[in-house]
Design a protein around this ligand. Structure first.
Ligand SMILES: C[S@@+](CC[C@H](N)C(=O)[O-])C[C@H]1O[C@@H](n2cnc3c(N)ncnc32)[C@H](O)[C@@H]1O
Length: 354
């Protein structure tokens, strides 16, 4: 990343010393001004709330503290406490990954596919593995409940902190009117390890169902290799976001025993996710990946299996389709199969249908 010019820093300082702190994470004056406005609104609202009023901290003191935290790289969402995600609002807390725009774009694209192709009278069952804040189940519910009366959406995560936050997010969005109260019965969050042998039994028991079948599996699993984490992530991500959400830690020991390369450690969740999809007879899956190379490796598993008849790679913005000049659909050769590359940006997800 290029260093900020002293002239820009000086200019920001002359406008407002707090802008000079915010210019470091924001990189330009317009974005820094926006952040300053949001942080000021947040500081004023926080001071007005009961708890802080008693400690007699003024909003200006609080605003300076927030700006210093931003200058040290603390993510804005951990300071403001939330992040918009489609039509829902996701509460964010340290220890649980902040939802990303690319995830939001792919999940909305999938929801629109389901809205378009599935009959309204059937029950739609969705499993979100590695759910974090619960952003994916909540967004799917907010979109699908407009058409489907019968929904069952489960979010699974190994982290107790993530499951607590997912449940808080469910309640928060119902109270704010972003989700229909029926979501309380239709969404459930479960603390579990997707690699556990008892995983299927647990799922079946929680679903209170005789059959362990689910229509769609969505997952944004940890997919960064340990070297990639040190080399490619920003200091803000490394210092403030949970490593467990990004690097497949629990599987590392298993892979090292088998002598795998570091880069492949990042791929460790995908075989397990396909295995779960087979076991629960999923009709469609959407797995998030880090880039086009990882997308090709994850798609290869599906191309080599007769179970999946349609395999696509979705980019960051799968809705932004076809180049206007070249109307042909871009394709990629994966294991001898030509598969569709949808949208624009970096390779972001693998989508498969039976
Ligand atoms: C990349 S984050 C995704 C969070 C959320 N779905 C999103 O898109 O913002 C991955 C999540 O996987 C969870 N996780 C890591 N290992 C897991 C495992 N073995 N079983 C279940 N969840 C796991 C982490 O706690 C983390 O919340």
């Amino acid at each position: 990343m290029p260093r900020l010019s002293p002239r820009l820093l000086l200019h920001a300082r002359k406008l407002d010393p707090l802008l000079c702190l915010l210019i470091r994470p924001c990189r330009d004056i317009a974005s820094a001004r926006n952040e300053l406005r949001w942080l000021k609104e947040h500081a004023i609202a926080t001071v007005r709330s009961d708890g802080i009023e008693r400690t007699a901290v003024g909003w200006r003191t609080l605003l300076s503290r927030y700006c210093e935290e931003r200058a040290r790289g603390k993510p804005l969402q951990y300071i403001l406490g939330n992040q918009p995600f489609g039509e829902v609002e996701i509460l964010c807390r340290p220890g649980v990954l902040i939802p990303r725009h690319e995830t939001e774009a792919c999940v909305m694209h999938l929801a629109n596919n389901v809205l378009e192709k599935e009959n309204a009278d059937r029950e739609i069952k969705i499993l979100d593995l590695c759910t974090g804040t619960g952003c994916i189940p909540l967004l799917m519910h907010s979109m699908l409940s407009k058409k489907f009366l019968q929904l069952k959406i489960f979010g699974v995560d190994i982290s107790a902190k993530a499951i607590r936050l997912s449940n808080d997010n469910l309640e928060w969005n119902i109270r704010q009117g972003y989700l229909d109260p029926v979501a309380r019965e239709q969404i459930r969050f479960i603390e579990a390890d997707v690699f556990a042998e008892s995983f299927y039994e647990r799922l079946k028991a929680e679903a209170e169902s005789a059959t362990n079948s689910w229509d769609f599996i969505i997952s944004n699993p940890p997919y960064i290799s340990p070297k990639g984490f040190d080399r490619d992530t920003s200091a803000s991500v490394r210092n403030y976001e949970p490593r467990l959400a990004l690097v497949p830690e629990r599987s590392i020991r298993r892979s090292t025993e088998q002598g795998n390369e570091d880069d492949l450690v990042g791929d460790l969740f995908y075989p397990r996710l396909y295995e779960i999809a087979d076991k629960v007879h999923a009709r469609g899956v959407l797995f998030e990946v880090g880039d086009l190379d990882q997308a090709s490796r994850a798609a290869r598993v599906a191309c080599e299996s007769p179970a999946w008849t349609r395999v696509e790679i979705w980019k960051d913005f799968p809705d932004l389709d076809l180049d206007i000049i070249d109307q042909s659909t871009p394709m990629l050769n994966v294991a001898g199969t030509q598969i569709v590359l949808r949208g624009q940006g970096n390779g972001r997800a693998v989508y498969c249908r039976r």
